[in-house]
Ligand binder design. Structure first.
Ligand code: SF4
Length: 266
């Protein structure tokens, strides 16, 4: 599928939940958030049906996001269903890694290809502070097990405040190199202010080659993270919602007053 700017749209990011087991400072407000009601969440059948249609229309790369995808009950069965859809060449997941020790093996067996794991520091106190209570040793254990289970490549997403990387990022970089992981630096973004940068070590944030659509867990297809456009899959049907999202995909992101990273999946 091509959009009006001749960009090939072949990448679907699926947010399976807005729930998370962490409260990262740059993602969720300290007071918590009003979560999407259970009845408003797309069922696994609805997500699978939508993805089949999207693949028929040209999607061949799919990524599961959240919130934290591993907190959604039965998630591994969804991975298994989606991995069987012919035409998907790349099936990945973004995770905070807290539950990777438990889920690495079943995810691998279910057909997941690769992982991006969020890790901003190795310092336990700094990690607890950034995530408002998380235990970094769980993430490191999970990464060890994921590596043993044969996930490759494993990419580390590190949020940084400036291009000149600080001590935290340098710590993670050394750890990644030692373990054969690829590191990507994501500059802290601001949806309301429309502040974003290209991902260092990736292609996110580069509007001129943007190939992505996002499906939220309550059934909105969003053509751009930095836009308030969204098309309701349940009302329009998958095909029409995708067509409208692609036809109206902006040339470049501006700002969003309705999106949130935990509900759209970054
Ligand atoms: S801001 Fe929008 S158009 Fe630009 S890279 Fe992000 S999603 Fe794509």
């Amino acid at each position: 599928m091509k959009d009006l700017f001749q960009r090939t749209i072949n990448y679907l990011r699926i947010s399976v939940t807005d729930k998370c087991n962490l409260r990262c400072q740059y993602c969720m407000p300290a007071e918590g958030v009003e979560l999407i009601k259970h009845d408003d969440l797309l069922s696994f059948e609805e997500i699978a049906d939508f993805t089949r249609t999207a693949v028929e229309m040209g999607i061949n790369k799919v990524r599961f996001t959240g919130g934290e995808p591993l907190v959604r009950r039965g998630f591994v069965s969804l991975v298994e269903t989606i991995s069987k859809i012919e035409g998907i060449k790349d099936l990945a997941m973004s995770t905070n890694g807290i539950l990777l020790d438990k889920f690495s093996k079943p995810l691998k067996e279910a057909g997941l290809h690769r992982l991006n794991v969020s890790l901003d520091t190795l310092d336990p106190d700094r990690y607890r502070e950034i995530t408002r209570g998380g235990d970094v040793t769980k993430v490191l254990e999970g990464l060890e097990i994921a590596k043993k289970e044969g996930f490759s490549p494993i990419k580390i997403n590190t949020v940084v405040n400036e291009r000149q990387h600080g001590a935290d990022a340098k710590m993670v970089e050394a750890y990644a190199q030692k373990n054969g992981f690829f590191i990507r630096y994501i500059m802290r973004m601001d949806l309301e202010k429309g502040e974003f940068w290209t991902v260092e070590g990736g292609d996110g944030g580069n509007c001129s080659i943007c190939n992505r659509l996002r499906l939220t867990s309550n059934g909105l297809i969003k053509p751009c993270l930095f836009s308030d456009l969204g098309y309701n899959v349940r009302e329009l049907g998958a095909r029409e919602a995708i067509l409208q999202a692609i036809t109206n995909k902006p040339k470049a992101g501006t700002e969003s007053h309705t999106n949130s990273f935990y509900a759209v999946g970054g």
